[in-house]
Design a protein around this ligand. Structure first.
Ligand code: AMP
Length: 120
């Protein structure tokens, strides 16, 4: 699992956050990922966990990304615990038709209110 520096040639707003060019409300950072509060929260707790390596979407993840993807999920659970959530939802939108708007892979961690299923 190599902690690559974000590549400006594949830039998104999350690349700019990773490079410190725009601020975020950070709740976790380590060698491989960053977690921060979503700017348009859909629940009392809404956090995004993003890899430092800019994989555009889950659909484009490769076998060599397996450890990194596992790490993102473990951080998502850790952040949920840190926020005092007993129940929470993790979401990875992959592709515009599935609601993805930022093409830098991210895990949504959502909680703090009852969540219905199925989502829209
Ligand atoms: P998605 O629609 O799954 O691609 O999710 C992208 C998320 O990024 C949305 O929930 C946005 O509200 C969030 N977002 C966009 N810009 C920022 C930002 N500068 N800081 C925090 N969250 C952001």
């Amino acid at each position: 699992m190599s902690p690559a520096v974000p590549d400006p040639s594949q830039d998104t707003i999350f690349g700019r956050i990773l490079r410190g060019e725009i601020p975020c409300d950070q709740v976790h950072a380590d060698e491989h990922c960053l977690a921060f509060r979503d700017v348009a929260p859909q629940a009392p707790v809404h956090i995004l966990v993003i890899p430092r390596r800019p994989i555009p979407s889950l659909a484009e993840a490769q076998p060599e990304d397996a450890a990194l993807l596992g790490h993102l999920l473990l951080v998502a659970a850790s952040v949920a615990r840190q926020q005092g959530l007993e129940a929470f939802r993790t979401v990875i939108n992959s592709g515009a038709a599935a609601g993805q708007t930022v093409f830098h892979l991210h895990v949504h961690v959502i909680g703090g209110r009852p969540l219905t299923w199925p989502p829209g």
